[in-house]
Design a protein around this ligand. Sequence first.
Ligand SMILES: *Cc1c(COP(=O)(O)O)cnc(C)c1O
Length: 233
Amino acid sequence: MTARSAQLRLGLTAVRDRIAAAAGAAGREPASVTLVVVTKTFPGSDVAALARLGVRDVAESRHPEAADKVAVGSAALRWHFVGAVQTNKARAIARYADVVHSVDRERLVDALAAGAGAAGRSVGCLIQLSLDPPGAGGRRSGVQPDQVLGLAARIATAEGLVLRGVMGLAPLGEDPGPAFARLAETSARLREHHPDATWMSAGMSDDLEEAIAAGATHVRVGRAILGKRPPLR
Ligand SMILES: *Cc1c(COP(=O)(O)O)cnc(C)c1O
């Protein structure tokens, strides 16, 4: 095992332990939380090493970096796209992404559906909810709670797309607990209309415990496993 693989293994073990402890504290099964490892800015060799260490779910946030890594990655990996999607890149992303966590507008739904259809693929979609407190000026993207059902209906009826649930990013510099509670509320309301849309993607390196306490089914973790990120180019 290379030094880098040993380092990644340590990070993975630490994060899996944190997930198990947080699930236990919330009275949940650790297996009810899926770890999605965010590999953005790190090389394809790290993706390969993670796959050898048993990681099955990996995420990227930018095209074409994501496409480059899918090309070198293992076929056993599930690819999650977690960054903002430009409409003109949606078709390309639908060719390799298994799940897009950041669906936030109808035009994007249509573009993803077109790409999935052209590629004969099925792409899972999460609706990104803005978790900024009302009046915060929207520093982070996402839809408002009253837009979720409309967007959900659009996804649910689109050929090639599967509505999976919701995603959120805690507001920077604020207690993530109330934000994740708002996401959980929206998730519950969505499930009243779409019972299979059970995913709640929330929690990153610094706040995965709060997310799991609020009911997250998928945590997206980068730095706590891979280390400090090289600057985005
Ligand atoms: C980068 C990123 C993450 C991972 O963040 P870390 O702080 O490195 O754990 C999670 N979600 C999204 C949307 C990201 O862009």
